[in-house]
Design a binder for this molecule. Structure first.
Ligand SMILES: *Cc1c(COP(=O)(O)O)cnc(C)c1O
Ligand SMILES: [Zn+2]
Length: 418
């Protein structure tokens, strides 16, 4: 019995449903009526303690705080418990007391999305789904395909035909049925919903399936635990649909509610200048349920979203934590790809390094005090998008020197004239 879950609450009207009463969204609000899983925190507190989390080195160490059966089978691929690295050279450059990078490029399929997909597969198995489907700009699909492969689950994936090659290759390698949609991510998303409805597939779509936030929240648990439950002052996350930042917020809210941490960090959402819907809405005080979609273009494909699907949760994450949104240009993002790699050893895809670019921007804008501690989340591995990585290196002036196989050529290349 999943008795730690009290219900699912619509983010728009606040109506609460029993988990088996609705499929995915609030019936009164359609696709906009995203549900938030609400918990019996007294029960969780009585059942478990932060000193009793056990030896499991994955997101499943937090089982009592997840919406699954206590003995549910979980996929064998390691998801979660990614490293948190101190970035001392970044601290020195920015004059900030403490900076850590949480490297979710180290997930099984190389992005943060594994956390949500792993939970989706447990929920799909609860209902004995034959097929699990999602639409994705790439990483959510790769995550679903990879984790599904580890349990032999069949998947059908909708991606925009423009998704980077490496991400589509991942899907094919894992054996997913792949439909590359001639259109935008938004069109792929709508098509996926219709197809899931018609065929009765289990739907993993971000900001539609209420449990995706619950998988993503485990990153916040890990950040807190890896810092010995002394939460940082600020956490920076790149934002496209807004599900990750909403999930990180949920994770800290859970821990605060059960008394494992004494405060909730300020959350700073980082958006690309060409896809800054939420940053604009935040700055102008616009209602995200009224604001029309924008035309999104950015090198950071994973955070390109004309109408962020999880915008209500994302806005709440920033507003309720007294955080902020910052905007970074594509050039700043590409600069951050090399800067993050060189200062920390963490190689991110553009959307991953965007948060690191956002840290520099936030420091310059005075959003972080020198005395504070900060965690930056790198959400995706740099090898996801090799073309952008090559561009980033080029922008940093790094090019290989081609030489004949002789020592004199080596000496010449080293600037040694002899
Ligand atoms: C999906 C993704 C994001 C953004 O997450 P949202 O929930 O869409 O805001 C950021 N970085 C990477 C690498 C991603 O795959
Ligand atoms: Zn509703």
């Amino acid at each position: 019995m999943i008795d730690q879950v009290l219900g699912l609450r619509c983010v728009i009207c606040g109506a609460v449903y029993a988990p088996d009463e609705v499929d995915y969204v609030c019936p009164k609000h359609g696709n906009e009526g995203i549900l938030d899983v609400i918990y019996d925190y007294d029960l969780i507190r009585a059942r478990t303690d932060k000193t009793a989390l056990g030896e499991e080195r994955s997101m499943w160490r937090y089982r009592p705080l997840l919406p699954i059966e206590p003995d549910a089978a979980v996929p064998p691929l390691q998801v979660g418990w990614t490293p948190l690295y101190r970035a001392s050279r970044t601290e020195a450059r920015l004059g900030i007391r403490r900076v850590h990078v949480k490297d979710d490029g180290r997930e099984a399929t190389a992005s943060f999305k594994d956390r949500a997909s792993a939970l989706a597969l447990v929920k799909a198995a609860e209902g004995s789904a034959e097929v699990v489907t999602t639409a994705s700009t790439g990483n959510a699909a790769a995550a679903l395909a990879g984790v599904a492969a580890s349990v032999g689950q069949q998947t059908v994936i909708f991606v925009p035909a423009s998704a980077p090659e490496a991400k589509i290759a991942q899907l094919l390698v894992y054996g997913a049925t792949v439909l590359t949609v001639e259109g935008t991510y938004d069109e792929a998303f709508e098509l996926c919903l219709e197809a899931a409805d018609e065929y009765g597939w289990y739907n993993r779509n971000t900001a539609y399936n209420p449990y995706m936030t619950e998988g993503k929240k485990t990153a916040a648990y890990e950040i807190a635990e890896q810092l010995d439950w002394q939460v940082p002052d600020v956490v920076l996350v790149s934002v496209g649909d807004g599900c990750i930042i909403g999930g990180v917020h949920k994770g800290f809210r859970d821990l605060h509610a059960i008394g494992w941490i004494d405060r909730i960090p300020r959350l700073i959402g980082v958006q690309a200048a060409g896809s800054a819907y939420l940053a604009e809405a935040w700055r102008n005080g616009e209602d995200v349920l009224e604001k029309p979609p924008i035309e999104a273009h950015t090198v950071a494909d994973s955070i390109s979203a004309g109408l962020p699907r999880d915008r209500v949760k994302a806005m709440a994450a920033v507003v309720e934590t007294d955080g902020a949104f910052v905007v970074v240009t594509d050039e700043e993002i590409l600069e951050a790809v090399t800067q993050q790699a060189r200062e920390t050893g963490v190689f991110g895809e553009p959307a991953g390094a965007a948060a690191f670019a956002g840290l520099t921007k936030a420091a310059v804008e005075g959003l972080i005090d020198p005395s504070e501690s900060v965690v930056v989340v790198n959400t995706g591995n740099g090898l996801k998008d090799v073309a952008s990585a090559v561009k980033a290196a080029d922008l940093a002036g790094s090019r290989p020197t081609q030489i004949p196989p002789t020592m004199s050529a080596v000496r010449a290349a080293m600037g040694d004239g002899t």
